[in-house]
Design a protein around this ligand. Structure first.
Ligand code: SAH
Length: 255
């Protein structure tokens, strides 16, 4: 049976600083992000619990209204194992198989806000390294024009395809491969975001970042891991180390 996209009708809901969601009558940059179909036959209204999560994210300091709206739209419970559904809207990372984890909503929204760097509408093409279960790719699809998402583990690449299929997001491209090589197909990127952390940044990412573009990735630092933001400017690369984070390791090759 074909599902019809029904909400948002043409544009994403906007979330105010109080976390209230309204659907506005204008669309940033003229085009609407792809609509994500509403749930059918779930037997629960997950929307209310998602809005509660969005309010908490806003209280934690996330202000980007497009990011908050996307977090309120994408059904995280569809991306986790059925045994974990009741934890899907808690601010916690959860196992997704093959020793990997889906990031906390707090970390996803923080990184997306950093990546977008105050862009008012959707930002341009983005490369995501580490598709995992596909959740963050779905969120990215709502706040960017196009998403190239790469995963090195075949089992998770397949799982993400399965998870994303019913959402029919035409601006998401899933790729199986080693993301340390970047993805030349979509380069240059307005943004690059990594969901796995290494000791250094792969040169390919810096090469494939557009002038004026921004990269957000976890990197090893002082025996731990921190978020790193790199801006590619005409004056050179500008690095900024931020708060400690805990991501799975960035690995080479495929498996
Ligand atoms: N964004 C994901 C989080 C996945 S966890 C989500 O929403 O679920 C990080 C993922 O990065 C893991 O699936 C891991 O297999 C993947 N990964 C690690 N090194 C990689 C590499 N070199 N290329 C592509 N994916 C990689």
């Amino acid at each position: 049976m074909r599902e019809r996209p029904s909400f948002p009708a043409r544009m994403p809901p906007q979330v105010s600083s109080t976390g209230r969601v309204t659907v506005t009558s204008h669309t940033p940059h003229g085009a609407a992000p792809p609509a994500i179909p509403t749930p059918h036959g779930l037997g629960l209204d997950s929307s209310a619990v998602r809005q509660q999560m969005v309010r908490k994210l806003a209280l934690q300091g996330v202000t980007d209204s497009l990011v908050l709206a996307a977090m309120g739209t994408v059904e995280r419970h569809r991306f986790v194992d059925s045994a974990l559904v009741n934890q899907a809207y808690e601010d916690t990372s959860l196992p997704i198989g093959l020793g990997q984890t889906i990031s906390k909503p707090g970390v996803v929204s923080r990184m997306l806000e950093l990546l977008r760097n105050g862009t008012s509408g959707r930002m341009g093409r983005v490369l995501e390294v580490g598709t995992g279960c596909g959740y963050q790719a779905a969120v990215l699809s709502q706040v960017t024009t196009e998403v190239y998402s790469m995963e090195r583990l075949r089992g998770l690449y397949d799982k993400a395809r399965e998870n994303l299929r019913p959402l029919r997001l035409p601006n998401v491209h899933l790729l199986f491969g080693d993301g340390t090589q970047g993805c030349a197909q979509g380069a240059p990127y307005a943004g690059i975001i990594a969901a796995a952390g290494g000791d250094t940044l792969p040169q390919a990412w810096l090469d494939q970042l557009a002038m004026g573009g921004r990269l957000v990735a976890p990197v090893s630092h002082a025996g731990g891991q921190v978020l790193l933001v790199v801006d590619k400017t005409p004056q050179g690369l500008q690095h900024c180390l931020l708060e400690p984070v805990q991501f799975v390791p960035l690995k080479s090759g495929v498996a």
